[in-house]
Design a protein around this ligand. Sequence first.
Ligand code: MRU
Length: 346
Amino acid sequence: MLFNQSATSVVHFSFSIRFAIKEMVVRGAPAIAIAAALSLAVEAVNLETFQGTADAAASFLAQKLEYLVSSRPTAVNLSDAATKLKEITVKAASTRSEANAVFQAYIEAAEIMLEDDVASNKAIGSYGASCFESQLNDAKKISILTHCNTGSLATAGYGTALGVIRAVHAQGILEKAYCTETRPFNQGSRLTAFELVHDNIPATLIADSAAAALMKAGCVQGVIVGADRVAANGDTANKIGTYSLAVCAKHHGIPFYVAAPLTSVDLSLPSGESIVIEERSPKELLNSRGGLGEQVAASGISVWNPAFDVTPANLISGIITEKGVITKSKDEDFDIKGFVLKVVAQ
Ligand code: MRU
């Protein structure tokens, strides 16, 4: 028995947050990581009565983190955060004997992750705005299409792809943002549209299926999306429909960018082929309101509902990170590992 009765009776925030992540109450790769890390920090605050060694505290936290990581499989941010947090608690346990010192180290690290995510997003926004500015040529303004929700409601604040749109707007060079509905769960119409209206950013909502026509009509000069996992070659898993947008953008000669913090990069995967794609409930397609409303599809029809797809690197013009834009070499490859090693060494 690692802890006493009062410790076992604390509210299990990590249990509630795992449920909230699975049910998409909290969603968006960075928000999932931060909410999970902070839920366990709240639990740790309530564990003053934990009766065990520092090593026991570290393994208690490690088990909880493993449990949280199993909530959704595609985004890498949560497992990246869990790995870093585990390293911090193991290090704390190796230098201190009291369990509380380990919990304190965990809480401080989780709080820093929250601050770092906002700072990263602001930096992504700034690099992204410069990138689009350099693309203006004679035009004074640019219209940009985005998919899913990658804003304040998907991150600790500001956002990745939507953060870039915010920064382009702040720089006075945004003609208009277009956001897709993002079927079937409608993160675009429910969340991105809300954030754009809230910030008074000129914006228009389109059906996912209208994107090719929008591009053909010459209404957009750039596409920007977020990422759930970027493999070492640049293949990127993101919300279902991202791949179709990238194919359409290529066909129309429109630059297609991914905006993501380096915590979304998974160098352990050589390509996107082995990224696990989450499949979600058929109800999201069968029923209205992303599965929450009444059934609209014919009873008895079978459903395939992958939540994400993988966009091959050859369709991606650049990956905008908090440390700069990863562009392709002359032979049209991304050297993501080289970029990461260079920025880590700085
Ligand atoms: O299923 P969701 O809503 O969690 O999917 C979200 C996305 O695909 C986002 O584009 C991605 O997580 C990046 S959020 C900054």
